[in-house]
Design a protein around this ligand. Structure first.
Ligand code: HEM
Length: 439
């Protein structure tokens, strides 16, 4: 049995998550995830209760993906977005083949975050491991769900549960690839053939701020956190763009690209700079409209919290339920809500809680925004996105598009879209040039 507080309004989240940051700084421990899945590699940062070690891991990892650190990963965004667009172009045969973008997006996100953590120099090792990591991490994310592991709340079920065996099975498979990756990086460092990356920086730090278990936890956070959540977000965004209203949005996005980069420089420029307010607004609207982690990650209070006339005791679990009602016309998909029309259509940040809030808010948000900016800008410059013949309107709604409501990250329905090149010659030119530079 567990006491849980669910905050349902924007204001209550502000009061509990932001005004009471210190009190809500911890994460709960659950039997299946913490005592069965995680006993060997330790916890990710996002599943660690608050203590001195969590504080240090969080500090090091957050510094490695902040706005300025991202500059050292731009070559990775360049390479991975080139690869996914090349593959979509090849497989869609000028739009004749409808494509389910899921596997392309998962490979893109996983390879990007593994390269950021272990270095793009480890690319061939990473490519070999991607299918296994993808499968194991999707299964493990099921064990993190708050509502799908009854044995977390009813201890007697632990004696009988098949979940223990399954969790142990995936833990063993995870241990194997985590070791291969770290050993690969250590050997590259010894040979002097490693590149800039998060784990390498920690290993080479002369005044090692993290011990080897803490390093494992940072690596695990980089493997587990973005691999599922970015593809789920982008996939739902592509689904919306393929709809009839999405056609108008694509055209506006394309116009803004052409206004800013009339001579086709967008392909290179969108790696170096983030200067397209309409695309930035589109990404925020996708995040708001399709929140991929609708109950965020659970928190646990470390002190009593007074809320109105109630005292919520220390050790309570808190869930953040996203509140759409605070937006004007909340069910309308409209990137313009983030654009100030006067004087120069600038981007205006309107807070949403898709990245959480307060002391344990997602610190990968700059990285995620930048990765999605590059990807959407290149995809919209390269293709017109049309719906599949059997278009399913359920993909236009965040709730009906999600096939697994008990998982911590939404699992979008399978659907297909058509990627039709806007200008085949220009696209082939971009791909040829990138292919040569990135060899
Ligand atoms: C669309 C992209 C993403 C979304 C929507 C997202 C969402 C979230 C949410 C809701 C939380 C819980 C925040 C809270 O408790 O207040 C979180 C935590 C976290 N995210 Fe993300 N995330 C995304 C991408 C990333 C990326 C790219 C990274 C890679 C660095 C990342 C790393 C983390 C970590 C390490 C935590 C745990 C922070 C802590 O517990 O202190 N996330 N994320």
């Amino acid at each position: 049995m567990k006491r849980v507080v669910v905050a349902n309004s924007y204001e209550s989240v502000k009061e509990l998550w932001i005004d009471n940051q210190r009190g809500l700084i911890s994460r709960p421990k659950n039997y299946t995830f913490h005592k069965v899945v995680s006993i060997s590699q330790g916890f990710t940062i996002g599943t660690s209760p608050w203590d001195e070690s969590c504080k240090n891991r969080r500090k090091v990892a957050a510094a490695a993906v902040n706005r300025s650190a991202i500059q050292s990963y731009l070559h990775i965004f360049d390479f991975e977005s080139y690869e996914i667009i090349r593959n979509l172009f090849r497989d869609s045969c000028n739009g004749r083949n409808e494509i389910n973008p899921r596997s392309y997006l998962y490979a893109y996100a996983l390879r990007s975050s593994l390269s950021i953590n272990y270095g793009i120099e480890m690319r061939s090792l990473i490519n070999d491991l991607v299918p296994e990591i993808f499968q194991v991490e999707s299964e493990i994310s099921g064990f993190r769900g708050i509502t799908n592991n009854w044995q977390d709340y009813i201890p007697i079920l632990r004696l009988l549960s098949r979940k223990n065996t399954l969790a142990a099975h995936y833990r063993a498979r995870r241990d194997k690839y985590m070791k291969i990756l770290l050993d690969g990086l250590k050997s590259a460092i010894e040979k002097g053939i490693d590149g800039p990356c998060i784990a390498g920086n920690i290993l080479k730090d002369p005044i090692a701020k993290l011990n080897s278990d803490e390093l494992k936890s940072v690596c695990l956070s980089m493997v587990a956190a973005p691999g599922e959540i970015i593809p789920a977000t982008v996939m739902q965004g592509l689904g919306y763009l393929s709809s009839s209203h999405g056609q108008e949005i694509q055209e506006r996005a394309y116009q803004s690209i052409m206004e800013n980069y009339p001579n086709g420089q967008v392909w290179e420029k969108c790696i170096q700079e983030e200067k397209l307010p309409y695309i930035a607004a589109l990404i925020q609207e996708i995040l708001r409209y399709y929140p991929v982690s609708p109950l965020s990650l659970p928190r646990e209070s470390i002190s009593d919290i007074v809320y109105n006339d109630a005292v919520i005791p220390s050790g309570t679990m808190f869930l953040l339920n996203l509140d759409l009602e605070r937006y004007q016309d909340p069910e309308r998909f409209d990137p313009c809500r983030y654009l100030d029309e006067k004087p120069k259509k600038g981007f205006v940040a309107i807070p949403h809680y898709t990245y959480g809030a307060g002391s344990r808010m997602c610190f990968g948000n700059h990285l995620a925004n930048r990765q999605m900016f590059t990807l959407f800008t290149r995809i919209i410059s390269a293709f017109k996105i049309f719906p599949e013949k059997n278009f399913d309107p359920e993909i236009l709604n965040a709730v009906s598009c999600n096939t697994n409501h008990s998982s911590i990250v939404a699992k979008p329905k399978d659907f297909k879209v058509q990627f039709v090149p806007r200008d085949q010659e220009a696209l082939e030119g971009w791909l040829r040039k990138s292919g040569e530079c990135l060899k």
